[in-house]
Design a protein around this ligand. Structure first.
Ligand SMILES: [Fe+2]
Length: 318
């Protein structure tokens, strides 16, 4: 296990077992140079380590994503963070569920617990610092006073960059089966569900409304990674910068119903998306979200333009 000696968990729900964060995720991309250009333009710091690309948010040493190079874009694994003192209980939980433990994948060595989800996606639970927010993320809606200009000229407006990773949305084959797995094995909880189209899972130790979203498809795959911008203004600035650099395809500006977050999705070179997000609902450590089941049409988005026709097409399963 990763040693976090002397770490005392300040934010922890007592007496219950659950991961606290989606620590990082790993992708395979056909072209690392294109991945570096896309995520760098998106506002992330990129670092080449060996034959992998790592993604960071400015001023934060935490690696949010690792990208390896191979023939076809693929969501490779999810690594969830847990409190170090809970790792023996997770090992027992997985054994009780009959989940087979696996060696760490080559090139991504670590000492966490590795296994596969019902669709065969590699999952890790590792001892790690909590990287999910411990309170509702600040949201700014600045305005100007009388006789003051509210907007700077473009040249004097700084480029907006993500503050942190927010959540990941991925495809699954059987939503009921996947919800049961992520609840039982990892201790995530269902926040909201829209028919069998999409559902949203949060962590019990203080979490955004979702750290993981599941979309029904014919196999696993990445739909989007999402990055917190802190304001609608910064979402707009990020989207404009991506458009200026040629990444014009996507969807937004809009506001979701489930999670309540403002969004703008930018399509990556392989048909999945990176999402700028702000002001997502928050589930505090001492409360559970009131789970609701929704009509799909009525809960997808509150306002936005029409989504692309292939917005939920799983290119990884083709
Ligand atoms: Fe999202």
């Amino acid at each position: 296990m990763t040693a976090i000696t002397g770490h005392i968990s300040a934010i922890k729900r007592p007496g219950e077992l659950g991961v606290h964060s989606l620590d990082h995720h790993a992708l395979i991309a056909p072209d690392l140079a294109r991945a570096a250009e896309f995520y760098g333009s998106f506002g992330l710091d990129t670092k080449t380590v060996g034959n992998q690309l790592e993604l960071y948010t400015p001023g934060n040493a935490h690696c949010w994503a690792r990208i390896g190079e191979a023939g076809k874009k693929q969501l490779y694994y999810l690594s969830f963070g847990a409190y170090a003192e809970d790792m023996p209980a997770f090992r027992k939980r997985l054994a009780d569920l009959g989940v087979e433990l696996l060696p760490a994948p080559k090139g991504f060595e670590s000492n966490g617990l590795w296994f596969r989800d019902p669709d065969g996606l590699l999952i890790e639970i590792r001892a790690a610092e909590k990287t999910s927010p411990t309170e509702k993320a600040p949201f700014a809606c600045p305005s100007s006073g009388p006789n003051e200009r509210g907007a700077l000229p473009r040249k004097r407006t700084p480029v907006a960059r993500p503050r942190r990773f927010s959540h990941l949305a991925m495809y699954c084959r059987d939503m009921d089966r996947s919800i049961a797995f992520y609840e039982k094995a990892l201790g995530l909880r269902l926040a909201d569900r829209a028919e069998s189209i999409i559902c949203f899972l949060y962590g019990i130790h203080g979490s955004d409304h979702h750290m993981l979203a599941l979309i029904t498809s014919n196999g696993s795959g990445l739909h989007h990674s999402s990055w917190d911008m802190g304001s609608v203004q910064n979402i707009g600035l990020g989207a404009m910068e991506m458009s200026r650099k040629g990444h014009k395809r996507g969807w937004g500006l809009g506001r979701h119903v489930l999670g309540s977050n403002y969004f703008h999705y930018v399509r990556d070179p392989w048909g999945s998306y990176a999402e700028y997000t702000a002001d997502m609902d928050y589930v505090p450590v001492d409360r559970d979200w009131k789970t609701e089941f929704h009509d799909g049409e009525d809960s997808f988005y509150l306002w936005a333009g029409d989504p692309p026709d292939d917005f939920a097409r799983n290119f990884e399963a083709e």
